[in-house]
Design a protein around this ligand. Structure first.
Ligand SMILES: [Zn+2]
Length: 294
């Protein structure tokens, strides 16, 4: 079966994007996997440091690997937003397929230095267990939390010059730039019709610039609440991976509330949680179609 790097190369060649969806428990994993299988698209499962702490680092790796093996399916695991080198090593040794070292809050030089070190650690640990780990680094500022927030944070957009300097100095496989994307959902997106808009020309410029510097892949974080057409345009312009998390968390919560309301006397979790998995499945289906519409 193809590894993650080959899946990304294939997506890049066809100018479509691989969907990345976060989980903290099984209803989300089941919903995401059901949607991916229905469309037969590869998929990446993400676990942030908080999600990893809740599930367990090795348990997260075992869960995703079990699906890959049982269904002979291209499903992969990313250590999303990893902030320390110790946690990079921990995820690499546990068998993660991808690691995002996020030093975007650090001063520029320090982000470069630590990301380069994270790449070295991840690749060395990966070689130790026969795994070709894909390493991602992040620049710019797109907000911190996948939550519902009242106000838009001050975004710091990335430039092609900064992107080239970063990929050359760190040797990352994947770059996560700031191109109008943003973590979290604004209240006006949840209760109204506000939408995030991506800077498509900027995506194309950064893609061309880093491609010439030997970095082929890009990730768009914070996809929740983005205008539908922008997803497809971003994939066409060179985004290889697109992340969606906050919307799934919102669907999970609504699904749990629905499950509890429908069955007020029920105590079996597997009878309460199906609406949460179903809400997540529907969103993932819709987003995967958009990411692959190019
Ligand atoms: Zn993110």
């Amino acid at each position: 079966m193809k590894g993650l790097r080959e899946i990304l190369e294939d997506a890049d060649a066809r100018r479509v994007a691989v969907g990345h969806f976060n989980i903290a428990e099984l209803a989300a994993l089941n919903g995401i996997f059901a949607a991916a299988r229905e469309l037969n698209f590869p998929v990446i499962i993400g676990v942030s440091e908080g999600e990893r702490a809740f599930i367990g680092v090795r348990r997260a790796a075992a869960l995703v690997r079990s699906l890959r093996e049982e269904f002979d399916y291209p499903i992969f695991l990313n250590a999303d937003h990893t902030h320390s080198l110790d946690k990079v090593r921990e995820a690499a040794e546990a068998g993660f397929d991808e690691i995002l070292f996020d030093g975007s809050a650090l001063p520029r030089e320090e982000n470069i230095k630590q990301t380069a070190e994270a790449a070295r650690i991840a690749r060395e640990a990966g070689r130790g267990i026969g795994k070709d780990i894909v390493v991602e680094g992040e620049i710019g500022y797109i907000g911190a939390d996948s939550e519902v927030i009242a106000e838009k944070p001050d975004l710091v957009l990335s430039t092609p010059e900064e992107a080239v300097e970063f990929v050359k100095a760190t040797g990352v496989d994947v770059l996560a730039p700031a191109v109008g994307n943003m973590h979290g959902l604004l209240k006006s997106m949840v209760s109204g019709t506000a939408r995030k808009r991506l800077d498509i020309p900027r995506i194309a410029e950064i893609k061309a610039a880093i491609g010439a510097a030997g970095c082929r892949f890009m990730t768009s974080h914070g996809g929740s609440g983005t205008e539908d057409a922008d997803f497809t345009a971003a994939a066409k312009a060179g985004m290889t991976i697109i992340h969606v998390s906050s919307e799934l968390r919102l669907a999970w919560r609504r699904g749990v509330e629905e499950g509890l309301k429908e069955k007020p006397e029920e105590i079996a979790p597997y009878k309460i949680l199906p609406p949460a998995a179903e809400g997540i499945r529907k969103i993932v289906l819709d987003r995967l179609r958009l990411f692959n519409a190019a």
